[in-house]
Design a protein around this ligand. Structure first.
Ligand code: CA
Length: 229
């Protein structure tokens, strides 16, 4: 099996070395970049399977790198895991503004990081459900083309957003707890991760536009996809 490539963009050499060591130990090929511009360049030229991106970087910060990745038609779907020392940034990192798929706050356990990377890549490789096309009035979810259409217009979703919407829409009318969504969409659970679900839902609703009411909030429990709006 070909080795999967992970791009690590981090300006602190000690952390970069540690992350590289752990990812290599987990069987990955690792590309290194120590500033944002170099990171973006490698993302475009190497198209890694996943990008680990520090928030505070010289030349171009992690936010801008992430934004540019999401705007590039060739690399927009590559999962991005952000590293940040600032917990107050988390909502915005996983929010629609940046479109990161996951994050870790510093200091983090390098082993946990490797496990998270494996979980993200594993869920990407899982077989798509048999039903390739899910349709509701004004909405088409095409899992083969990984494409969402709202009122005839294509909508750009990140890998995680697509999986989240797809999972909800595959089970319309059913209330999904945050834990269940974490388990099915993210592939792991982690304390404090309920917030991640909420921010992804917020971002997804925003992108759904006229169809945003399809996702109901069930207070204190989770979310539900509505067949009728
Ligand atoms: Ca940094």
């Amino acid at each position: 099996m070909a080795q999967e490539t992970i791009l690590v963009v981090e300006d602190e050499k000690d952390i970069l070395d540690l992350v590289e060591y752990n990812l290599q130990g987990a069987g990955f090929r690792v590309l290194r970049a120590m500033d944002g511009i170099e990171g973006l360049r490698l993302a475009k030229s190497e198209r890694p399977e996943l990008i680990i991106l520090d928030l505070m970087l010289p030349n171009m910060d992690g936010k801008e790198v992430c934004r540019r990745i999401r705007q590039d038609e060739h690399i927009h779907a590559i999962p991005v895991m952000m590293l940040t020392a600032r917990t107050e940034e988390i909502d915005r990192i996983v929010g629609f503004e940046l479109g990161a798929d996951d994050y870790l706050t510093k200091p983090f356990s390098p082993r946990e990081l490797a496990l998270r990377v494996q979980a993200i890549l594993r869920r990407l490789k899982e077989a798509e459900p048999a039903k390739a096309l899910i349709q509701f009035p004004g909405m088409i979810i095409d899992s083969e083309k990984h494409r969402l259409e709202v009122d005839g217009q294509g909508v750009d979703l990140t890998v995680t957003e697509f999986r989240l919407l797809h999972y909800l829409a595959t089970n319309p009318g059913k209330v999904q707890t945050r834990d269940a969504l974490l388990d099915r969409v993210w592939g792991y659970t982690f304390e404090g991760y309920a917030r991640t679900v909420d921010t992804h839902i917020r971002r997804l609703r925003k992108k759904l536009g006229a169809q945003k009411d399809r996702i109901d909030t069930i207070r204190g429990i989770g979310y539900r996809f509505r067949e009728d709006i």
